[in-house]
Design a protein around this ligand. Structure first.
Ligand SMILES: [Zn+2]
Length: 239
């Protein structure tokens, strides 16, 4: 068993490490910023993907519209040619020539439209996928926000409870030991105590604990880790 002083110090340590833990959890709440940034970049990618799709799809639509207009013109030429109203050979030749040019244009447009048929659907799918991804991130962020508000207030309550217990726990520890512990904790991310594991290493830093330190601990003396300088809490068979 550890000495009474170390037992008391250990109680204080449990409060302190609890407070460190709460602070860590509160830091994890910062992940909301990362999620918001991810969403922002996903929306940018969505806009880019949609922009590419709309541009190319617009070009395809323009060609299809152009072909409709060509069809209308050809129909109108045919109508005039077959109505018998045009009899002048030169005028007929002129119409035939126009019709030939329009037909050529139409077939060239058709070739391009075929290419668009290849290109447009994958762009459309990419734009849809980008939107789905961004929507998903947005809904995750919104869900997270609701949880975070609740979690934050829980953490604040936990922290306050621990902070209230601390002065009483600190009172029981002899002043020199308390000062030593607090100095170590300050330089060790708030964790001023450690244990010896079953494997004979320091729980906090993993350094091997020398036999002479174990002997000190067994005789209820205060001993610190040679590597991380934290005070050992000793209990037979500590894990
Ligand atoms: Zn250590």
């Amino acid at each position: 068993m550890a000495s009474v002083e170390l037992e008391r110090l250990h109680k204080l340590f449990l409060i302190d490490s609890g407070m460190v833990e709460v602070k860590k959890k509160a830091t994890a709440l910062e992940s909301g910023k990362r999620m918001a940034l991810e969403l922002e970049s996903a929306r940018k990618e969505q806009k880019l993907a949609e922009g590419k799709f709309h541009l190319v799809h617009g070009e395809q639509k323009d060609l299809e519209l152009a072909n409709q207009q060509i069809d209308d013109k050809i129909k109108s030429i045919d109508k005039q040619l077959f109505s018998g109203a045009v009899v002048n050979p030169k005028e007929i030749e002129n119409f035939e020539h126009q019709k030939k040019m329009l037909t050529q244009q139409r077939s060239s447009n058709d070739e391009n439209i075929l290419e668009y048929w290849e290109v447009v659907p994958p762009l459309q799918r990419a734009a849809e996928a980008a939107k789905k991804h961004a929507d998903q991130l947005e809904s995750e962020l919104n869900e997270w926000k609701v949880k975070a508000v609740k979690f934050k207030s829980e953490l604040e309550t936990q922290y306050k409870e621990l902070a209230l217990k601390r002065p009483e726990a600190a009172k029981g520890v002899p002043a020199p030991l308390l000062a030593r512990y607090e100095a170590i904790a300050k330089g060790s991310k708030g964790i001023g105590m450690t244990k010896v594991t079953k494997e004979g290493t320091c729980l906090e830093c993993g350094n091997g604990v020398a036999e002479r330190i174990i002997i000190l601990l067994k005789s209820d003396q205060v001993a610190t880790c040679e590597e991380c300088r934290r005070i050992f809490y000793w209990n037979e068979g500590v894990s």
